[in-house]
Design a protein around this ligand. Structure first.
Ligand code: ZN
Length: 73
């Protein structure tokens, strides 16, 4: 499966990356089991804790400075 652009999700519990599925070629959450956790930053500079499978774990970064306190309203 090929990575789907730079797409990923901050949803916890599974690998955060999106990949093209072999079935229909549409992007979907990476189905591999998550083995590690790390951080990613989105285009707006916000940090998210995410999980990754072994194949995608290298795309995570170690914990940055503590993320600003929770979501702002
Ligand atoms: Zn993955």
């Amino acid at each position: 499966m090929a990575d789907y652009g730079g797409a990923w999700t901050a949803e916890r519990g599974g690998c955060h990356r999106f990949v093209y599925t072999e079935d229909d070629g549409r992007p979907a959450n990476c189905p591999e089991p998550s083995v590690t956790s790390g951080w990613r930053r989105d285009g707006q500079g916000r940090w998210y804790a995410v999980d990754a499978c072994a194949g995608h774990s290298s795309q995570l970064v170690s914990r940055p400075r503590p993320p600003s306190t929770g979501p702002r309203t």
